[in-house]
Design a protein around this ligand. Structure first.
Ligand SMILES: [Zn+2]
Length: 411
C-alpha cells in the first residue's frame, strides 16, 4: 500500500538555497517546454518532450546541473500529466472553466508556472534520495536535511516531493508500506467524546488535552489580523504584516494536523472498535460557545483520519447518532440530567460522580456496542466473529448494560 507523509523540513541556509534553486529549475524547465509545445502545429508527446529537453533546453541552461538532474527531467512527466488531463477533459467534453472564452482556457490547457506560487519539485527515483530517521538526503544537496518528524510509516520510499509554502519547505514522501497489519490493534472497544474543554476524552479515562501552543497561536492570529486591518493597503508595512500572517496560518494548520494525527493514531492503533459521535459540525457551529472549540479542533478532519486509519488497520468505527443523550445521561444508571455546558461533573443520585466528558465517552462506548451487538450475534450464529469491513472484534468485551440504559435511550 502506498501512503504519503508530509513533513516540514528544517534546512540550513545553504540547503534552503538548494531547495529554492531546484524549485526554480523545475519551474523554468516546465515553462521552457510548454513555451515550445504550446505553439500551433507543435504536438506534445512525452518522447517529443524528452527530445526537445535533451537537444535544446538542457544545453541552453547549464545551471540546471547545480541540482539533481532528475529535478528538471521530471518536469517532462509533470507537463505530460497536464497535457493528458487537458485531453481527457476535451474528450469527455468536461470543461474545467465553462465560462472561459478561449477553447484552451475552457478545458484547462497547461499554463506557465508562476514564481512563488505552489513551487515544488519531485524525485521519483529511489537512488536519488533516501530517508534515515529524521534526515533526508537528496542528490547533490550538501549534507542531509533535518526533518521535523520521522516518517510515520516504515517501508520502501518511492518518491519525494519538495514544496515551498509561505517560506517553508515540506517533503511529502511516498512510502510502500506493509505497516497496516489488519489485526494489529490489540485492545478492545473505546468510546471517544470530543470535548469542548479537552480535545478528546476516552471511555477508559485517557484525556487528550487541547493543544496550548495552538491556542496561543490562535490568540496571536487574532491580534495580528487586527494589526493588519489598521495598516494602509498597499504599504510596505501591510505587505510585511500579510507575510507574517500567512506564516502563522501555516503554522497553525501544521499544529492542528499534528494533533489530529496523534489522536487518530492512538485510537486506531490501540482499539479494535472505536465509537464516536456524529458531530454535525455545522449544527454545532451555530452554538456560539461551541463554535470556537469545533473550529479549533477540526472535528471533521479528525473523523476522516480515524475512519481511514481504522480501515487501514482493520478496525471498526461506529458512529453514534448525534441526538443520543451522551452527556446528559448517567452512564451507570441511565438517569437523564439537565447538563448545561458549565456543569463539568455528572453527579447522579445513584452515587455516580464523574467528569462530564468521561461520562459522555462511556455512554458513547455503550451506545456503540449496542449498535454492534446485532451484527455480532448474527456473526456468532454463523460461526464467525466478523462485523463490518471484516474487522475481527472477537476480543471485544461486551459490558453488561443495565436495563434502564436501554429504556432511557428509547425515551
Ligand atoms: Zn446514575
Amino acid at each position: 500500500m502506498l501512503l504519503a507523509h508530509k513533513v516540514e523540513l528544517r534546512p540550513t541556509a545553504a540547503q534552503a538555497g538548494y531547495l529554492a534553486r531546484a524549485c526554480g529549475s523545475r519551474r523554468h524547465c516546465y515553462n521552457q517546454l510548454l513555451d515550445h509545445f504550446q505553439r500551433p502545429g507543435v504536438k506534445w508527446s512525452k518522447a517529443a518532450g524528452y527530445q526537445h529537453f535533451i537537444a535544446v533546453v538542457r544545453p541552453a541552461f547549464p545551471w540546471y546541473n547545480e541540482v539533481s538532474s532528475r529535478v528538471t527531467r521530471n518536469a517532462i512527466d509533470d507537463l505530460d500529466n497536464a497535457f493528458k488531463h487537458f485531453w481527457l477533459r476535451v474528450k469527455a467534453n468536461k470543461p474545467a472553466n465553462p465560462k472561459a472564452k478561449t477553447f484552451r482556457e475552457r478545458f484547462g490547457f497547461p499554463t506557465f508556472k508562476k514564481k512563488g506560487k505552489g513551487e515544488s519539485f519531485a524525485l521519483r527515483e529511489s537512488t536519488k534520495f533516501d530517508v534515515d530517521g529524521r534526515a533526508l538526503r537528496l542528490e547533490r544537496l550538501p549534507g542531509r536535511v533535518d526533518m521535523r518528524q520521522p516518517l510515520r510509516f516504515t517501508g520502501k520510499t518511492r518518491q519525494v516531493t519538495i514544496s515551498q509554502q509561505a517560506g517553508k519547505f515540506y517533503a511529502s514522501v511516498l512510502v510502500e508500506t506493509d505497516d497496516y497489519n489488519p489485526h494489529a490493534p490489540a485492545g478492545e472497544a473505546v468510546g471517544v467524546d470530543f470535548g469542548v474543554k479537552s480535545l478528546a476524552v476516552l471511555s477508559d479515562g485517557r484525556v487528550f488535552p487541547a493543544n496550548q501552543k495552538l491556542k496561543a497561536n490562535l490568540k496571536r492570529l487574532k491580534r495580528r489580523q487586527r494589526r493588519l486591518s489598521r495598516k494602509r493597503k498597499g504599504s510596505n508595512r501591510s505587505a510585511k504584516a500579510r507575510r507574517s500572517l500567512a506564516k502563522l496560518h501555516r503554522r497553525i494548520a501544521d499544529q492542528r494536523r499534528a494533533v489530529l494525527h496523534e489522536v487518530s493514531d492512538h485510537l486506531t492503533r490501540h482499539y479494535r472498535v472505536v465509537c464516536i459521535e456524529d458531530l454535525n459540525v455545522k449544527g454545532m457551529a451555530k452554538n456560539h460557545r461551541l463554535a470556537r472549540a469545533v473550529n479549533d479542533a477540526g472535528f471533521g478532519t479528525l473523523r476522516q483520519f480515524i475512519e481511514y486509519k481504522a480501515e487501514l488497520r482493520g478496525g471498526t468505527v461506529v458512529v453514534i447518532d448525534r441526538f443520543a443523550p451522551s452527556s446528559k445521561m448517567c452512564c451507570r444508571c441511565g438517569q437523564i440530567h439537565d447538563m448545561p455546558l458549565s456543569a463539568r461533573t455528572m453527579a447522579c443520585d445513584c452515587g455516580n460522580a464523574m467528569d462530564r466528558d468521561h461520562n459522555a465517552a462511556v455512554n458513547i462506548l455503550n451506545f456503540g456496542l449496542d449498535t454492534l451487538t446485532p451484527d455480532l450475534k448474527r456473526a456468532q450464529e454463523s460461526g464467525k466473529t466478523t462485523v463490518r469491513r471484516g474487522a475481527d472484534v472477537d476480543g471485544a468485551k461486551m459490558p453488561a448494560l443495565p436495563d434502564s440504559h436501554r429504556s432511557a435511550r428509547l425515551a
